[in-house]
Write a protein that binds this ligand. Structure first.
Ligand SMILES: Nc1nc2c(ncn2[C@@H]2O[C@H](COP(=O)(O)OP(=O)(O)O)[C@@H](O)[C@H]2O)c(=O)[nH]1
Ligand SMILES: [Mg+2]
Length: 200
C-alpha cells in the first residue's frame, strides 16, 4: 500500500487532537492500520495512545526546567533537538511497508510559517518514502470576522507555501455555526479555494 502521512497542523485549540482521534476511530472502523504520532512535546493526554511520541525523546517541561526557557523557546528547542536526532525517529518508524501515520503537531503557527523546522521534518519523512499531505485546521467561527478570516487564510497559505506538500484546509467546529453562518462560510470558503488555485 505504501507509506502515508497526514501532517495535522493549525493554531492552538483549532481541534487538531480531536481531528486525529476522529480520524483514528474512522480508520480503525474501516479496517485500516494507522498510527498516531505525537509531535507536540507539551501535549498532556490523548484519546489514543501515540505509537510514536516526541515526549519519549524530550519534553517541554524538562527543557523549561533545565534550560530556563519559556514555552515558545522551549518548543523550538525540542523540535530542533528532534532534527538533530532524526535517527531516533527513523528507528521509531521502522521498516513496515504499510505505515499510515497521523501526526498531531504543536499549535504554534510560527513553526510552519517562520522556522524551517517542519519543512525539514517533512524532507526527512520524504527521504523515508512517506507520501505526505498537510491538513491545516482553522476554526470555522474564527473566520467569520474579516480580519480573523484573512489572518487564518494567510497563515494556512504560508504553511502551504513553506512546506511545499499537498495541502488541505479543514474548517473545524462546524457544529457551532447556525444555518445562516454556514451559508456565509461556504461563500468565504470559495474565496480560500480561489486563492489556493491562484497560488498553486
Ligand atoms: N464543538 C466542537 N468542539 C470541538 C471540535 N473539535 C474540537 N473541539 C473542542 O475544542 C477544544 C480544543 O480541541 P483540541 O483537539 O484539543 O485542539 P488542538 O489544540 O488543536 O489539539 C477541545 O475542548 C475540543 O473538545 C468540534 O468539531 N466541535
Ligand atoms: Mg492538541
Amino acid at each position: 500500500m505504501g507509506r502515508y502521512v497526514q501532517l495535522v497542523m493549525g493554531p492552538a485549540g483549532s481541534g487538531k487532537s480531536t481531528y486525529c482521534a476522529t480520524m483514528m476511530t474512522h480508520c480503525q472502523n474501516i479496517g485500516r492500520s494507522v498510527h498516531l504520532f505525537n509531535l507536540d512535546p507539551a501535549a498532556e493526554k490523548f484519546e489514543y495512545n501515540p505509537t510514536i511520541d516526541i515526549r519519549d525523546l524530550i519534553t517541554l517541561e524538562d527543557v523549561m526546567e533545565e534550560l530556563q526557557y519559556g514555552p515558545n523557546g522551549g518548543l523550538i528547542y525540542c523540535l530542533e533537538f528532534l532534527l538533530n536526532n532524526m535517527d531516533w525517529l527513523e528507528d521509531e518508524l521502522g521498516e513496515y511497508e504499510d505505515d499510515y501515520l497521523i501526526i498531531d503537531c504543536p499549535g504554534q503557527i510560527e513553526l510552519y510559517t517562520h522556522f524551517p523546522i517542519m519543512r525539514r521534518i517533512c524532507e526527512c519523512l520524504q527521504r523515508m518514502h512517506f507520501r505526505i499531505c498537510g491538513v491545516y485546521l482553522l476554526e470555522s467561527q474564527f473566520i467569520q470576522d474579516n480580519s480573523k478570516f484573512f489572518a487564518g487564510v494567510m497563515s494556512a497559505m504560508s504553511a502551504m507555501v513553506s512546506l511545499e506538500i499537498p495541502h488541505i484546509n479543514v474548517l473545524s467546529k462546524m457544529d457551532l455555526l447556525g444555518k445562516f453562518k454556514k451559508r456565509e462560510l461556504e461563500r468565504r470558503a470559495q474565496i480560500i479555494v480561489s486563492y489556493t488555485c491562484i497560488l498553486s
